[in-house]
Write a protein that binds this ligand. Sequence first.
Ligand code: S3P
Length: 423
Amino acid sequence: MAAVTTLARVDVPGDKSISHRALLFAALATGDSRITGILESADVQSTAGALRALGVDVPSLAAEVSVTGVGLRGLRPADGPLDCGNSGTSTRLLAGIVAASPFETVFVGDASLSARPMRRVAAPLEAMGAVVTLAAGGTLPMRIRGGALRPVRWVSEVASAQVKSAVLLAGLVAGVEVSVAEPAPSRDHTERFLRALGASLDDAHGVTLRPTAALRAFSLAVPRDPSSAAFFAALAALGGSPGVELPGVLASRTRDGFFRALRAMGAAVESDAPVATEAGEFVTTWRIERGAGGLRGLTVDDRQVAAMIDELPLLACVGAHAAGETRITGAAELRVKESDRIAVTVANLRAVGARAGELPDGLWVDGRDGPLRGRVVTHGDHRIAMAFAILGARPGNAIEIDDPACVSVSYPGFWSTLARVRA
Ligand code: S3P
């Protein structure tokens, strides 16, 4: 690894998953919470707006945000539908909260969110006693009549932190014991946050939340987002920048799979010892450079996908310049993200000249040295736009993105940072 001074420092914004949870837990806590470094993006605005509609005084998102909690049972009915925009996390986590609140709430969203599956969250909430109505395809609009709920032991068919969190939040607000088991461990931010705020959890078999009287207010510096950091790590690995240093990034075994994959592909990837922060999480500094021997293709299966689920389109883009084949399986969940990320990634890899194909639960791409050029259709999906922008920043490549503005969902400053860092 070269001396640190040769690396470009990139301060990526706050973690999206933790930013949503920070607002939700600040709203449900007793007392005043203070959040610094929250992600100021469209998705987090959706959570903030929904909480305002439910009677919580959430200020405009800024470098420092203070929220006075209304307590676990202090939410008020909204005057109209909660518009969650593009945000699945806002919808599914709030669904759990309002399912235990004694009034009716309706969720709506943009075209992408309105096509995403909500049965997975409706089913456990119905099992607890909430009345949930969905559109014919199991999608939004979702109407939830909340109230007193029963305990549940839910076995989820998908590894989904959003489903797991919805059940935990429903149990929290209802004051009943809930447990969730899932096929592979999904991100555990809800559990860590709850524990840090005084809730009693047990994770012997899946996760169990015991009845909790109240959450304490907190002060949190939101760790930086590893899913945003991944773009600049990939840029360095592809030789599109001299090498990057990414400080203050959330360090979590449930989220760092992409960095481990880059190392396995031959990039030079180093990190500092993780440092503990509030909310039960850790942060680290990542340093990434192009490896001496170039990149080689990688095979990723269901044992690895959960810890890099949002980075898989980016991994496929890196694979387009890694010797041999990169093959991803066990990732059928990608079909129900902000777009069908298997179909959209493969179509765009082909559009820029790569050899790639779809699998029912993943994709393959053959790596090549030669340039990739063409136009990418994002379908409004922020992660597709950024993954292909990074591919396009490799020297020799020229890739046009049809909808650059869609990055505002998770990373509003992405384009200016890319312009500064690229070689
Ligand atoms: C998230 C969970 C993941 C992830 C999404 C954020 C969260 O979705 O893809 O970007 O904050 O809980 P699933 O729970 O549907 O896998």
